[in-house]
Design a protein around this ligand. Structure first.
Ligand code: IMP
Length: 226
């Protein structure tokens, strides 16, 4: 009887060990998938670079989702939630969205949440930059910041991450990289605009880079706690 019990205990222990090894293998073998709610190819590229090896990103195109995502809230958090919810409602998949605002001191924090449509509905990045350069003509206080809020939706529940970078609005365009206001924004402690930096450098210091770094930290913590 005693020998039978010992055999059973040994068998149980070995089964438990096997189970724990296969659970660990499972964590490393299967990377999580998140849908990124953006139609902006530059953003998709920036963020995909930062999430490499952490999660697999699916774009809206890969999910077969077309059309403009509404962003009608009056806060960055509200817009990020709205965009992520748009994807969640259509896919029921864990997803995230970001919303960014350029806040200029001399313009009382404008354009802020309205940065995409600063020069009017359906305007281009170039139109926005032109308007900013003309509004800032002759201004000596050129301080500004970019702020990004990322909203992650997991199982229908939102969670937020925020990033910010301070800098200066330049008096003319510099550089060809990036998008949006990049050619006229020079981050503090740098002597070049965002549009003159390699992507790896922009990602390390930018508003979006900082918000995504927090998202990465959270996702990594989740996978090790499983
Ligand atoms: P969105 O709503 O997050 O797409 O951002 C609003 C607007 O801010 C965009 O249309 C861009 O003009 C600008 N923007 C967002 N992120 C960046 C950036 O990293 N660099 C420069 N401009 C940006």
């Amino acid at each position: 009887m005693q020998r039978y019990e010992k055999n059973m205990t040994d068998r149980k222990k070995s089964l438990q060990q096997e189970l724990s090894v296969s659970k660990k293998k499972c964590i490393f073998a299967r990377m999580r998938t998140l849908v990124f709610a953006t139609n902006n190819k530059h953003k998709l590229h920036e963020v995909s670079e930062m999430l490499k090896g952490v999660v697999e990103i699916k774009s809206l195109e890969e999910m077969g989702l077309a059309g403009d995502i509404p962003e009608t809230a009056d806060t960055l958090q509200g817009n990020a939630l709205q965009k992520a919810q748009w994807v969640w409602e259509r896919t029921q998949m864990d997803c995230f969205a970001d919303d960014t605002g350029l806040e200029v001191d001399a313009l009382g924090g404008a354009p802020g949440v309205y940065s995409a449509r600063y020069a009017g509905e359906h305007c281009s990045f170039d139109d926005n930059v032109n308007k900013m350069l003309s509004e800032m003509e002759g201004k000596t206080n050129r301080k500004a910041d970019f702020r990004t809020v990322v909203c992650l939706i997991e199982n229908g529940e939102p969670r937020y991450f925020e990033g910010r970078v301070d800098g200066t609005i330049l008096t003319e365009r510099y550089g060809e990289q990036g998008f949006g206001y990049d050619p006229i924004f020079m981050p503090d402690r740098f002597a070049v605009s965002f549009a003159e930096m390699p992507l790896e450098v922009k990602n390390q210091i930018s508003h979006r880079g900082r918000a995504i770094a927090q998202l990465v930290e959270y996702l990594k913590a989740c996978s090790t706690n499983k």
